[in-house]
Design a protein around this ligand. Sequence first.
Ligand code: PMP
Length: 312
Amino acid sequence: MTQGPTYAYFQGKIVPIEDAKISVMTHAFNYGTGAFGGIRAYWNDEAENLYIFRPLDHFKRLLQSGKLLLMDLPYTPEAMLNILLELLHKENYRNQDIYVRPLVYKSSMGIGVRLHDLACDFTMFSQPFGSYIPNEEGSRVTFSAWRRLDDNMIPARGKITGAYANSALIKTDAVLSGFDEGLVLDQQGHISEGSAENFFMVRDGVVITPPTSSNILEGITRRTVIKLVQDELGLPVQEREIDRTEVFIADEAFFCGTGVQLVAITEVDHRKVGDGKLGPVVRQLRQLYFDLVRGRLPKYCAWNTPVYGTEK
Ligand code: PMP
């Protein structure tokens, strides 16, 4: 059932994936001058449909990331969504969950570090995708020796391809040291996020997450989780700076993001978080989150874009 993509949107049209190729001279490949998104679409058995989760929010952020890189793209979020619907119809995925990777990038070829006077383009592909982090109900995490890029270096609020060398350093050092994921500090020594996911902890019934000024990506899952915590669990949420040692004495902690979904952190640098087991807040949030993204919470159905039955 699981297979790679058959098609991609490339240079203005949907083409076989083998034909979606860039040159070794492409600016974005040489200098990291691209930005990307990560969107999930979930299969719902009862509805026999695939639901894309918050696609317009993802495309809006992608265009904002492009703007940071001085890209003027002739697409709206709605136009990008229409292309995605066409792509997923063509792939005709069924009975499986899908990950979508849209990218905007400096497509001119040649040498010269800059952002101006370069062409840009938009491409997108999709593929079946399962879990991103093993041990979703009890991940083991370490504080990375690397620091998060500062807003005045490469803005973390943009999903800029070049910035993911920082994420790759964080992730690989954590995994090669035997952990599931790394937690990274900002320049001031406060918790920023994971290598590719946002961070939350629970202390005394309050759900706490770093503010956008801690050099985090402004995560769409983070925004979703804040809403679920407030409206469904009825717990207060605080966006504030978090000291490293607060995690050691937290009751619960978790990562969230499109890729990781919602993953419990039960151990940080050999110290148990809470009692070292999946806690009640994270358990409830995981349940709510998976029901939500699969299109099983009618109250939030505006966030679920159905793929099938939308043929024009
Ligand atoms: N932080 C980083 C660094 C990320 O790359 C991502 C996306 N994978 C996230 C957070 C989560 O963002 P979102 O919920 O919008 O997927």
